[in-house]
Design a protein around this ligand. Structure first.
Ligand code: ADP
Ligand code: MG
Length: 243
Protein backbone atom coordinates (compact mmCIF):
# COMPACT_ATOMS: atom_id res chain seq x y z
CA UNK A 1 0.00 0.00 0.00
CA UNK A 2 1.40 3.38 -0.95
CA UNK A 3 1.88 6.09 1.63
CA UNK A 4 -0.06 9.34 1.86
CA UNK A 5 1.95 11.97 -0.01
CA UNK A 6 -0.41 14.84 0.52
CA UNK A 7 -3.16 15.51 3.00
CA UNK A 8 -5.54 18.41 3.43
CA UNK A 9 -7.57 18.80 6.62
CA UNK A 10 -10.53 21.17 6.98
CA UNK A 11 -8.96 23.68 4.65
CA UNK A 12 -10.50 27.16 4.46
CA UNK A 13 -9.31 30.14 2.45
CA UNK A 14 -11.23 33.40 2.76
CA UNK A 15 -10.75 36.52 0.72
CA UNK A 16 -12.10 39.95 1.65
CA UNK A 17 -13.28 41.97 -1.27
CA UNK A 18 -15.05 45.33 -0.93
CA UNK A 19 -16.03 44.56 2.64
CA UNK A 20 -17.49 41.16 1.79
CA UNK A 21 -15.81 37.88 2.69
CA UNK A 22 -15.90 34.92 0.37
CA UNK A 23 -14.65 31.45 1.18
CA UNK A 24 -12.84 30.40 -1.99
CA UNK A 25 -12.07 27.10 -0.26
CA UNK A 26 -14.60 26.17 2.37
CA UNK A 27 -13.72 23.24 4.62
CA UNK A 28 -12.09 20.71 2.30
CA UNK A 29 -10.38 17.48 3.42
CA UNK A 30 -8.77 14.75 1.31
CA UNK A 31 -5.65 12.64 0.91
CA UNK A 32 -3.61 11.67 -2.13
CA UNK A 33 -1.27 8.67 -2.01
CA UNK A 34 1.99 8.42 -3.86
CA UNK A 35 1.40 6.80 -7.23
CA UNK A 36 -2.10 8.24 -7.41
CA UNK A 37 -3.30 10.67 -10.07
CA UNK A 38 -6.31 12.77 -9.09
CA UNK A 39 -8.37 15.25 -11.08
CA UNK A 40 -9.90 18.33 -9.48
CA UNK A 41 -12.96 19.48 -11.41
CA UNK A 42 -15.73 22.02 -10.89
CA UNK A 43 -17.19 25.15 -12.45
CA UNK A 44 -15.19 28.34 -12.82
CA UNK A 45 -14.88 30.10 -9.47
CA UNK A 46 -15.34 26.91 -7.44
CA UNK A 47 -11.93 27.26 -5.77
CA UNK A 48 -9.70 24.92 -7.80
CA UNK A 49 -6.83 27.35 -8.43
CA UNK A 50 -6.97 28.61 -4.85
CA UNK A 51 -6.74 25.00 -3.65
CA UNK A 52 -3.77 24.25 -5.90
CA UNK A 53 -1.96 27.43 -4.87
CA UNK A 54 -2.31 26.45 -1.21
CA UNK A 55 -1.00 22.94 -1.96
CA UNK A 56 1.96 24.49 -3.77
CA UNK A 57 2.67 26.55 -0.62
CA UNK A 58 2.20 29.73 -2.64
CA UNK A 59 -0.83 30.81 -0.65
CA UNK A 60 -1.43 30.43 3.10
CA UNK A 61 -4.77 28.95 4.17
CA UNK A 62 -7.00 30.91 6.55
CA UNK A 63 -7.53 27.78 8.66
CA UNK A 64 -6.86 24.09 8.29
CA UNK A 65 -3.77 22.06 7.53
CA UNK A 66 -1.73 20.90 4.56
CA UNK A 67 0.70 18.02 5.04
CA UNK A 68 3.21 17.17 2.31
CA UNK A 69 5.05 13.92 2.96
CA UNK A 70 3.77 14.14 6.54
CA UNK A 71 5.15 17.62 7.10
CA UNK A 72 2.73 20.37 8.11
CA UNK A 73 3.35 23.44 5.93
CA UNK A 74 2.13 25.80 8.66
CA UNK A 75 4.72 24.47 11.12
CA UNK A 76 7.59 25.44 8.83
CA UNK A 77 9.37 28.74 8.64
CA UNK A 78 9.52 30.45 5.25
CA UNK A 79 12.99 29.09 4.51
CA UNK A 80 11.92 25.47 5.04
CA UNK A 81 8.75 26.05 3.04
CA UNK A 82 10.74 27.38 0.10
CA UNK A 83 13.05 24.37 0.26
CA UNK A 84 10.14 21.94 0.39
CA UNK A 85 8.42 23.67 -2.52
CA UNK A 86 11.58 23.53 -4.60
CA UNK A 87 12.46 19.90 -3.83
CA UNK A 88 9.19 18.09 -3.28
CA UNK A 89 6.66 19.92 -5.37
CA UNK A 90 6.40 20.32 -9.12
CA UNK A 91 3.80 22.58 -10.60
CA UNK A 92 2.52 24.05 -13.80
CA UNK A 93 -0.04 26.80 -13.89
CA UNK A 94 -2.39 28.09 -16.55
CA UNK A 95 0.12 30.69 -17.59
CA UNK A 96 3.19 28.54 -18.07
CA UNK A 97 5.72 30.94 -16.53
CA UNK A 98 8.61 29.76 -18.68
CA UNK A 99 11.69 31.94 -18.53
CA UNK A 100 11.60 33.79 -21.87
CA UNK A 101 15.35 33.96 -22.49
CA UNK A 102 15.98 30.25 -21.81
CA UNK A 103 15.47 27.44 -24.33
CA UNK A 104 13.11 24.52 -23.71
CA UNK A 105 15.98 22.40 -22.42
CA UNK A 106 17.34 25.21 -20.25
CA UNK A 107 13.92 25.90 -18.77
CA UNK A 108 13.64 22.26 -17.70
CA UNK A 109 17.22 22.07 -16.45
CA UNK A 110 16.66 25.23 -14.46
CA UNK A 111 14.75 23.19 -11.85
CA UNK A 112 17.75 20.88 -11.48
CA UNK A 113 20.12 23.82 -11.14
CA UNK A 114 17.92 25.34 -8.43
CA UNK A 115 18.27 22.09 -6.50
CA UNK A 116 21.99 21.67 -7.21
CA UNK A 117 21.18 18.48 -9.09
CA UNK A 118 22.37 19.43 -12.55
CA UNK A 119 24.86 16.98 -14.04
CA UNK A 120 25.26 14.79 -17.12
CA UNK A 121 22.46 12.44 -16.02
CA UNK A 122 20.24 15.46 -15.52
CA UNK A 123 20.85 16.51 -19.12
CA UNK A 124 19.97 13.04 -20.41
CA UNK A 125 16.85 12.88 -18.25
CA UNK A 126 15.59 16.30 -19.27
CA UNK A 127 16.14 15.54 -22.98
CA UNK A 128 14.34 12.19 -22.56
CA UNK A 129 11.45 13.80 -20.75
CA UNK A 130 11.08 16.49 -23.42
CA UNK A 131 11.19 13.75 -26.08
CA UNK A 132 8.42 11.81 -24.32
CA UNK A 133 6.34 14.95 -24.42
CA UNK A 134 6.90 15.23 -28.17
CA UNK A 135 9.51 18.00 -28.04
CA UNK A 136 12.69 16.22 -29.17
CA UNK A 137 13.13 18.70 -32.01
CA UNK A 138 12.42 21.74 -29.83
CA UNK A 139 15.22 21.52 -27.26
CA UNK A 140 16.92 24.67 -28.45
CA UNK A 141 13.85 26.81 -29.04
CA UNK A 142 12.95 29.77 -26.87
CA UNK A 143 9.37 29.94 -25.55
CA UNK A 144 8.52 32.66 -28.10
CA UNK A 145 9.53 30.24 -30.87
CA UNK A 146 7.04 27.62 -29.72
CA UNK A 147 3.25 27.32 -29.84
CA UNK A 148 1.22 27.67 -26.66
CA UNK A 149 0.80 23.91 -26.53
CA UNK A 150 4.51 23.28 -26.90
CA UNK A 151 5.25 25.78 -24.13
CA UNK A 152 2.70 24.03 -21.95
CA UNK A 153 4.51 20.73 -22.48
CA UNK A 154 7.87 22.29 -21.58
CA UNK A 155 6.21 23.50 -18.37
CA UNK A 156 5.04 19.93 -17.66
CA UNK A 157 8.58 18.60 -18.14
CA UNK A 158 9.85 21.28 -15.82
CA UNK A 159 7.29 20.25 -13.19
CA UNK A 160 8.53 16.64 -13.27
CA UNK A 161 12.28 16.78 -13.82
CA UNK A 162 13.39 17.08 -10.18
CA UNK A 163 11.43 13.99 -9.07
CA UNK A 164 8.95 15.82 -6.87
CA UNK A 165 6.77 13.80 -4.48
CA UNK A 166 3.78 15.93 -5.45
CA UNK A 167 2.94 17.24 -8.91
CA UNK A 168 0.30 19.96 -9.33
CA UNK A 169 -1.07 21.04 -12.70
CA UNK A 170 -3.67 23.75 -13.28
CA UNK A 171 -5.40 23.22 -16.63
CA UNK A 172 -2.33 21.69 -18.30
CA UNK A 173 -4.28 21.06 -21.50
CA UNK A 174 -5.92 24.47 -21.80
CA UNK A 175 -3.92 25.45 -24.89
CA UNK A 176 -3.73 22.03 -26.56
CA UNK A 177 -5.89 20.61 -29.33
CA UNK A 178 -7.93 17.57 -28.36
CA UNK A 179 -5.62 14.90 -29.72
CA UNK A 180 -2.52 16.48 -28.22
CA UNK A 181 -4.35 17.01 -24.92
CA UNK A 182 -5.15 13.29 -24.67
CA UNK A 183 -1.54 12.39 -25.46
CA UNK A 184 -0.14 14.82 -22.92
CA UNK A 185 -2.44 13.76 -20.08
CA UNK A 186 -1.82 10.08 -20.85
CA UNK A 187 1.96 10.65 -20.73
CA UNK A 188 1.53 12.73 -17.59
CA UNK A 189 -0.42 9.85 -15.99
CA UNK A 190 2.33 7.36 -16.93
CA UNK A 191 5.02 9.59 -15.48
CA UNK A 192 3.09 9.92 -12.22
CA UNK A 193 2.32 6.20 -11.93
CA UNK A 194 5.78 4.96 -12.97
CA UNK A 195 7.57 7.11 -10.45
CA UNK A 196 5.14 6.86 -7.54
CA UNK A 197 4.40 10.54 -7.45
CA UNK A 198 1.14 12.04 -6.23
CA UNK A 199 -0.48 14.07 -9.00
CA UNK A 200 -3.33 16.56 -8.92
CA UNK A 201 -4.60 18.03 -12.16
CA UNK A 202 -7.22 20.76 -12.37
CA UNK A 203 -9.23 20.45 -15.56
CA UNK A 204 -12.46 21.77 -16.98
CA UNK A 205 -12.35 19.08 -19.66
CA UNK A 206 -14.04 16.04 -18.15
CA UNK A 207 -12.77 13.81 -20.97
CA UNK A 208 -9.30 14.10 -19.43
CA UNK A 209 -10.61 12.28 -16.35
CA UNK A 210 -10.30 8.94 -18.15
CA UNK A 211 -6.59 8.92 -17.26
CA UNK A 212 -6.96 9.56 -13.52
CA UNK A 213 -7.56 7.28 -10.53
CA UNK A 214 -10.00 9.53 -8.71
CA UNK A 215 -11.97 12.68 -9.39
CA UNK A 216 -12.67 15.35 -6.77
CA UNK A 217 -15.47 17.69 -7.68
CA UNK A 218 -15.65 21.15 -6.11
CA UNK A 219 -18.45 23.66 -6.03
CA UNK A 220 -18.56 26.96 -4.13
CA UNK A 221 -15.33 26.07 -2.36
CA UNK A 222 -16.63 22.74 -1.11
CA UNK A 223 -15.79 19.20 -2.11
CA UNK A 224 -19.21 18.04 -3.26
CA UNK A 225 -18.49 14.67 -4.83
CA UNK A 226 -15.73 12.08 -5.24
CA UNK A 227 -15.67 9.63 -8.17
CA UNK A 228 -13.66 6.57 -7.20
CA UNK A 229 -14.71 3.53 -9.17
CA UNK A 230 -13.28 2.99 -12.62
CA UNK A 231 -16.81 2.82 -14.03
CA UNK A 232 -17.99 6.09 -12.46
CA UNK A 233 -14.86 7.85 -13.70
CA UNK A 234 -15.27 6.50 -17.23
CA UNK A 235 -18.94 7.53 -17.29
CA UNK A 236 -17.96 11.01 -16.16
CA UNK A 237 -15.21 11.19 -18.83
CA UNK A 238 -17.62 10.03 -21.52
CA UNK A 239 -20.30 12.49 -20.46
CA UNK A 240 -22.72 9.72 -19.47
CA UNK A 241 -23.04 10.75 -15.84
CA UNK A 242 -25.02 13.84 -15.01
CA UNK A 243 -22.95 16.01 -12.75
P1 ADP B 1 -11.40 28.31 -10.06
O1 ADP B 1 -9.93 28.05 -10.25
O2 ADP B 1 -12.17 27.07 -9.69
O3 ADP B 1 -12.01 28.99 -11.23
P2 ADP B 1 -10.56 30.22 -8.04
O4 ADP B 1 -9.85 29.44 -7.00
O5 ADP B 1 -9.72 30.98 -8.99
O6 ADP B 1 -11.58 29.28 -8.80
O7 ADP B 1 -11.53 31.25 -7.32
C1 ADP B 1 -12.45 30.86 -6.32
C2 ADP B 1 -13.18 32.10 -5.81
O8 ADP B 1 -12.28 32.91 -5.06
C3 ADP B 1 -13.74 32.99 -6.89
O9 ADP B 1 -14.96 33.52 -6.44
C4 ADP B 1 -12.68 34.07 -7.04
O10 ADP B 1 -13.24 35.25 -7.52
C5 ADP B 1 -12.20 34.21 -5.61
N1 ADP B 1 -10.79 34.64 -5.51
C6 ADP B 1 -9.70 33.93 -5.95
N2 ADP B 1 -8.57 34.60 -5.69
C7 ADP B 1 -8.94 35.76 -5.08
C8 ADP B 1 -8.21 36.90 -4.54
N3 ADP B 1 -6.89 36.96 -4.58
N4 ADP B 1 -8.94 37.89 -3.99
C9 ADP B 1 -10.29 37.83 -3.94
N5 ADP B 1 -11.02 36.80 -4.39
C10 ADP B 1 -10.36 35.79 -4.96
MG1 MG C 1 -8.69 28.32 -12.01
Amino acid sequence: MNSVALEVRDLVKSFSLDGATINAVDGVSFQVKSGEFVALVGPSGSGKTTMLSILAALLTPTTGQVLIDGQDLAQMNEKKRVKLRREKIGFTFQSNNLIPYLTARENVEFMLRLNNKMNRTGRVRSDELLARLGLADRLHNLPAQMSGGQQQRVAIARALIHNPAVVLADEPTASLDTERAFQVVETFAHLIHENDRAGIMVTHDLRMCQFVDRVLQMQDGKLVRVYESKQEIMELAQGVLKH
